[in-house]
Design a protein around this ligand. Structure first.
Ligand code: ADP
Ligand code: MG
Length: 333
């Protein structure tokens, strides 16, 4: 339903010179600096998917989203949403799109929140009963009731983001593009927004593309993640297999009831896995009755590890810590 083929975006910015008359000179001399923000990206998103779009600052995420929503026109390549070009058929495509830019509100700054909704409803031709129904629904899901009458500029960031999300959904689009909707929010506000997004996807079947710096957003919401690095996709697949691909170790801590015995050959070291052993694991600490090891779950089945550890003594407790997704991502960036 969303099809992106080999899109590129080049920005030409005039070079500003220093010195007297410099401003004037830039008007006449045509010196530009070229920046290729997006360098040939292709992907498809099916109906009902929830896809994370992540990458370091300046990688080209926002530029991509602007091309998908028709705000920017690709220098080359094609975008199609539901079979239409967001650039050529902007009005039609926009009817089926909701967009939230976390850094910039689409609400009218000085007006009470509710007035923005009235304006948007009229802009999108949402009829009164539908509008009422949806606003009641959003008020409940996003807890908007308490600030309907407050001017947008007086809202907290969390309130504003909730209002922006509801506004983006007012015309009931099938597709939602979110550019950092949780930026700067506290834990509570983030949780609210995540819950809402999750319901939009699972209950209402919305297709969502989410840009965020918060890896918890990705882990909790997305099955699939695309990583953009310096204008190009460096990964497109499930969150799960991204973890596996990177292969950071899982830390397992076992506590034994009474004595235990670590067999010959397993040494305590923080270095690489012991390659000659049948099960490659790394003992990183032994303390009283607990042994902490690192294993690569891509290489070894969890059950095999537990069976092995159970041979060393009588297990009382097992704790397993998968690698932090933040660390996994750090390896891809
Ligand atoms: P991200 O959202 O991943 O942080 P952006 O898509 O905003 O990255 O920007 C990608 C690159 O393109 C950056 O180097 C940025 O400075 C540049 N860029 C973005 N918008 C413009 C613009 N309007 N004019 C010139 N350069 C731009
Ligand atoms: Mg951005």
């Amino acid at each position: 339903m969303i099809e992106v083929s080999n899109i590129r975006k080049e920005f030409r910015t005039p070079v500003v010179k220093q010195g007297r008359f410099s401003g004037l000179r830039t008007l006449f001399t045509r010196e530009y600096r070229l920046k290729e923000a997006v360098r040939g990206i292709s992907f498809q998103v099916e109906e009902g998917e929830f896809v994370g779009y992540i990458g370091p600052n300046g990688a080209g995420k926002s530029t991509t989203i602007k091309m998908l929503t028709g705000i920017l026109h690709p220098t080359s390549g094609h975008v199609s949403i539901g079979g239409l070009s967001p650039h050529k058929a902007r009005r039609e495509v926009v009817r089926n799109l909701g967009v939230v830019f976390g850094q910039r509100s689409q609400l009218w700054w000085d007006l009470p929140v509710i007035d923005s909704f009235d304006i948007l409803a009229r802009m999108y031709g949402v009829r009164e009963p539908e509008k009422e129904k949806r606003m009641r629904q959003f008020a409940e899901l996003l807890d908007l009731e308490s600030f309907w009458a407050t001017p947008v500029r007086k809202l907290s960031l969390g309130q504003r983001m909730r209002a922006d999300l509801a506004a983006a959904m007012l015309h009931d689009p099938d597709v939602l593009f979110l550019d950092e909707p949780t930026i700067g929010l506290d834990v509570n506000a983030k949780r609210n927004i995540r819950q809402f997004l999750k319901r939009l996807n699972t209950e209402f079947g919305k297709t969502i593309l989410l840009t965020t710096h918060d890896m918890d957003d990705i882990e909790q919401l997305c099955r699939r993640v695309m990583v953009i690095n310096d204008g190009q996709l460096s990964y497109d697949g499930t969150v799960r297999s991204l973890r596996d691909t990177i292969g950071l170790p899982t830390v397992i801590t076992v506590t034994y009831r009474g004595d235990f015995h670590i067999p010959e050959g397993y040494r305590i070291s923080k270095e690489a896995y012991e390659p000659e052993l049948p099960i490659r694991l790394n003992i990183i600490a032994v303390e009283d009755h607990t042994v902490t090891i690192e294993v690569n779950r891509k290489e070894i089945h969890t059950l095999d590890i537990l069976n092995l550890l159970a041979q060393w003594g009588e297990l009382a407790d097992v704790d397993m810590q998968d690698p932090d997704f933040e660390d996994v991502i750090h390896k891809v960036y």
